[in-house]
Design a protein around this ligand. Structure first.
Ligand SMILES: O=C(O)COP(=O)(O)O
Ligand SMILES: [Mg+2]
Length: 236
């Protein structure tokens, strides 16, 4: 964290912010939709804690992980299309109903905006889920760009969506910070050459966030905004 503040790099001009586990606690929505899908297959419901371990690498990965609780690899592939279609229908029917903003999200975004940062949201959530969810939660207006997990050929932890945002904003990756809750976000940022800050309250595949390589752990987006401001005061 000290390095981040004292870095002599160029100022940060933009932040790329993750959605699930960083701005919104969407686990309850995943829980309802996954268990509705499982019910239609005649499988017993699974717990929040189990689903939390499977979130972060997009819907395809989630559905395969859920099916793998009952099936081998061949069985998973046989049921994948039907399970995905059911899951998407159930998720869209309740999208956002059970999800809550984390503390400090709106204040943090306001502070970043006030400091002149350009903002993008990069999520592995399908864009058809992400767009209405951001609107419903009053987040859409903050972001000039939103990329979902299916917006580009590759998703996080591939650096492609982050590099695309840098290109869209005409900024070097070293002028951009990614903020996320998982090793997925950190790896994408590292590979892109962006700074990365992590939050400890989301879903990190069951791993402590301290085990993830980042430029700092922030307890909220307000703290992220403060840290970015400090970094920019120490750069030239
Ligand atoms: O849908 C997911 O798998 C997680 O999405 P995220 O990239 O917003 O954390
Ligand atoms: Mg996330």
């Amino acid at each position: 964290m000290t390095n981040f503040i004292q870095s002599i790099h160029a100022p940060i001009r933009a932040a790329i912010i993750d959605l699930d586990g960083t701005m919104l606690d969407t686990l309850p929505d995943f829980h309802v939709a996954i268990n509705a899908m499982r019910g239609q297959f005649g499988y017993a419901p699974i717990a929040h804690e189990q689903i939390a371990l499977m979130i972060g690498k997009g819907s395809e990965n989630l559905i395969r992980a859920v099916l793998a609780l009952e099936h081998d690899a061949t069985g998973v592939e046989q049921r994948f299309d039907e399970a995905m279609a059911l899951y998407q229908r159930h998720y869209l029917a309740i999208n956002g109903d059970h999800s809550l903003l984390y503390d400090g999200v709106l204040d943090g975004l306001d502070a970043m905006k006030a400091d002149g940062l350009r903002l993008a949201c990069v999520t592995n959530k399908p864009i058809a889920f992400a767009t209405p969810l951001l609107a419903q939660k009053g987040l859409a207006e903050y972001f000039e760009i939103v990329y979902g997990g299916d917006s580009l050929p590759r998703k996080k932890p591939d650096p492609m969506p982050l590099l695309q945002v840098c290109a869209d904003f005409d900024l070097a990756p070293s002028q951009v910070v990614a903020i996320g809750d998982s090793s997925n976000d950190a790896e994408a940022a590292r590979r892109a050459g962006c700074f990365v800050l992590t939050v400890p309250y989301g879903y990190n595949h069951g791993q402590a966030i301290h085990e993830t390589d980042s430029d700092g752990i922030v307890t909220s987006l307000v703290e992220a905004a403060t840290l970015i401001r400090s970094h920019n005061h120490n750069t030239y």
